[in-house]
Design a binder for this molecule. Structure first.
Ligand code: AMP
Ligand code: ZN
Length: 113
């Protein structure tokens, strides 16, 4: 837990979010600035700053985050969707609490910008 971390504060309920899934390890909520008709964020409750900070002990929760994203996308009838994690500022990371973006509902081009 990091006192100042935006997503730790969302996970604790100190900052409101539109929650889509919540369990003892994971939270999913709507992105405040959606880049697609569906744009969800899935985070571990544990504060992990970036993908570079993952430990072996985090393997299970990372897998579960992907399954939660898939479940939420399937509930919205999105069979095609994209999972993205930006790692560090030059790759577009702005919130330094690891999160999975799940995007769907429009044509998604490759490669991303
Ligand atoms: P990234 O740039 O990969 O670190 O992604 C951070 C994401 O968090 C962006 O897509 C933002 O729109 C989103 N975001 C920032 N503040 C909030 C918030 N209070 N609630 C929901 N999403 C947020
Ligand atoms: Zn955090």
């Amino acid at each position: 837990m990091s006192e100042q971390c935006l997503f730790c504060r969302i996970a604790k309920g100190e900052i409101p979010s539109t929650k889509l899934h919540e369990d003892d390890e994971i939270l999913a909520f709507e992105d405040i600035n959606p880049q697609a008709p569906s744009h969800l964020l899935v985070i571990p409750r544990k504060h992990i700053a970036t993908m570079n900070d993952l430990a072996e002990a985090d393997d299970a929760v990372l897998g579960r985050m992907h399954r939660v994203a898939a479940k939420l996308m399937q509930e919205r009838d999105h069979s095609a969707w994209r999972a993205v994690t930006n790692c560090n500022a030059e790759a577009g990371q702005t919130v330094f609490h690891l999160h999975l973006h799940a995007l769907a509902g429009r044509s998604l081009r490759w490669p991303p910008g």
